[in-house]
Write a protein that binds this ligand. Structure first.
Ligand code: FMN
Length: 183
């Protein structure tokens, strides 16, 4: 099973990317998580650049989505909203087929950001038939250094929280592939 983990932050020391990297390292056997943290390579969306004119970076991103069985998104809140880079990526996706039936879940690396989460939930339930809102993992990492994050995520209770979230998501992805609707 392939899972694409998309970070809404292009920051090198991003806490959201760190959370997704840890998920990659803790993935259960048979589940391969790849982390995408370069949303800043996608040009600004325009309907004029769709179809044959689709830029190479966007095509590669779509291919990564197409090849995956499920998507995890972890994003910061910027100015009480979805960061421009993530919203831009979703704008590219919306009129295409790749995303529509993919199981999608949210995780979040901050104790704040609920305006962004509300908005992102609305957007994802609009672009996808398979946004699994009932699966959600929040692990606040804000203001921690990369070293503190590594230490914090290595605590047995954190690891077990992450592993159990991934097992639940993998089960939901499997269920979807069998054509069984998720709650
Ligand atoms: C431009 C900008 C705007 C931000 N706006 C908010 C905000 O509205 N609400 C909030 O809780 N945090 C806000 N933050 C803080 C980030 O959401 C927070 O630092 C987050 O953990 C960064 O995620 P990252 O570590 O993955 O880059 C903002 C940060 C930046 C750079």
């Amino acid at each position: 099973m392939k899972i694409l983990a998309i970070s809404g932050s292009a920051r090198e020391a991003s806490t959201n990317t760190a959370l997704l990297q840890t998920m990659k390292n803790l993935a259960p056997s048979g589940v391969e998580v790849s982390v995408f943290h370069n949303l800043n390579v996608l040009p600004v969306f325009s309907p004029d650049a769709e179809g044959e004119k689709t830029p190479v970076a966007v095509r590669e991103f779509m291919e990564a989505i197409s090849a995956t069985d499920g998507i995890i998104i972890s994003s910061p809140e910027y100015i009480r909203a979805i960061p421009g880079g993530l919203k831009n990526a979703i704008d590219w996706i919306v009129s295409r087929y790749e995303i529509i039936d993919k199981p999608i879940v949210l995780v979040h690396a901050s104790h704040r950001g609920d305006d962004m989460l509300t908005s992102l939930r609305l957007v994802l339930s609009t672009v996808s038939n398979n946004f699994l809102e009932h699966l959600f993992l929040r692990i606040p990492l804000i203001d921690k250094s990369p070293e503190e994050i590594m230490e914090f995520l290595r605590l047995p209770e954190r690891e077990s929280q992450i592993r159990s979230f991934l097992l639940n998501f993998a089960a939901a992805v499997h269920q979807s592939s069998e054509g069984v609707p998720n709650e």
